[in-house]
Unconditional design. Structure first.
Length: 382
């Protein structure tokens, strides 16, 4: 943790580990629990949909919440909402109650995620922000790798209620660390911070780069279970696991490189690697898809660290909470776009053409964005 101010920043690492475990575990557990209680597949899926909609809604209001509550209270409120609502879900509920509790859980997670990223970005030592964010990304990536398969195992061997209670307990484990987070944090930020960040062209372009990387990841998340799993479930699981691991591993070196050469220089190569990875995933056999998953994960991991690093450097420190909210929005909107684009194209085109088509669209958008980023660098240098 030498890349960050230890007293201010270190508590958000275990907090993020707790919150993200409580994020990912229910994604594997709650639909199975809803099905076990008699809900049809469409309503079972609502448990995740309502949660993700709550996350997006929470991110839209997170900057204002940080301004009013400060980081400590925002994180405490978010963790408490996640733990309580998840524990209530373990007792069983009707679909409308599932949806309502899921939405509140999502809002709680958004508060924690935005506040934690803002604390790290704002509390890092000058010239070490990339390294601090790299460590933060490495810690945050662990639940994505571990919690989803753990949720499947708990559901299979102990029942879905056990997985739900473990997720509630995980969120509660972060609460003691929240009392160690600075109490203030962005209370002095001016109103309208979200709009102010969106008016910053460099920050907006970097958010667009993150959204493109998230779109590549979202396409793989939709493709593997829908198109690969029916014929080769082992390959589908391998692709998702490989992408998660490579994204997690890539975030730390991306932070170190960003401190040395500047985060903006990493965006172009990362976008290209992610787009090529999407195309390779459509290949036959195991080798090309596995390499594609590595490319998607590595490109997306680099983009996560580099964009938050660059966006935090491009705007005043008092807007760190708003920067974190915009970054999280770009992440989630991109994931959602990837899954939706795949679903639409899969309904209209042969399955073999879907991923190459998405890759071509990502490549074209990436070229335009890279040119815009280079023009910004040239203008800034003059």
């Amino acid at each position: 943790m030498s890349d960050a101010q230890p007293a201010a920043v270190w508590p958000v690492f275990p907090i993020s580990l707790a919150a993200l475990t409580a994020f990912f575990l229910p994604l594997a557990v709650l639909p199975a629990q809803a099905r076990a209680e008699g809900a049809p597949p469409s309503l079972a899926a609502l448990t995740s949909t309502a949660f993700l909609l709550g996350v997006v809604a929470g991110e839209l209001g997170a900057a204002a919440a940080l301004r009013r509550l400060g980081c400590r209270l925002a994180i405490l409120a978010g963790l408490f909402a996640m733990s309580l609502c998840t524990a209530l879900l373990a007792a069983g509920a009707t679909p409308p109650v599932w949806a309502a509790l899921g939405a509140v859980r999502g809002i709680g997670f958004a508060l924690v995620a935005v506040a934690a990223a803002a604390v790290v970005a704002g509390g890092a030592r000058p010239g070490r922000r990339g390294g601090a964010l790299g460590w933060f990304g490495l810690v945050a990536g662990v639940p994505a790798v571990v919690a989803l398969p753990l949720g499947v195992l708990l559901t299979a061997h102990a029942g879905p209620e056990a997985g739900t209670l473990v997720a509630a307990g995980a969120a509660a484990c972060g609460i003691p660390f929240a009392f160690l987070v600075p109490a203030g944090g962005f209370r002095n930020a001016a109103p309208g911070g979200l709009r102010a960040v969106l008016r910053q062209a460099p920050a907006l372009r970097q958010a667009a780069a993150l959204a493109l990387g998230a779109t590549a990841s979202g396409a793989l998340i939709a493709y593997a279970p829908a198109s690969v799993a029916p014929s080769d479930p082992a390959l589908a699981g391998t692709l998702l696991l490989t992408a998660s691991v490579s994204a997690t591993v890539a975030r730390l070196p991306a932070g170190w490189l960003g401190d040395r050469v500047g985060p903006a220089r990493l965006l172009g190569p990362a976008l290209v690697v992610a787009a090529v990875g999407v195309a390779l995933c459509a290949g036959v056999g195991w080798v090309a898809p596995a390499l594609g998953a590595i490319g998607i994960g590595a490109g997306f991991g680099v983009l996560q660290t580099a964009t938050l690093h660059g966006m935090s450097a491009d705007v005043p420190a008092e807007l760190a909470g708003a920067v974190s909210a915009v970054w999280n929005l770009a992440y989630d909107v991109g994931l959602l776009a990837g899954t939706l684009v795949f679903a639409v194209l899969a309904a209209l085109a042969p399955s073999a053409a879907v991923l190459p088509g998405i890759a071509a669209g990502l490549a074209a958008a990436s070229v335009l964005l890279i040119r815009a980023l280079r023009r910004s660098e040239a203008i800034a240098a003059t």
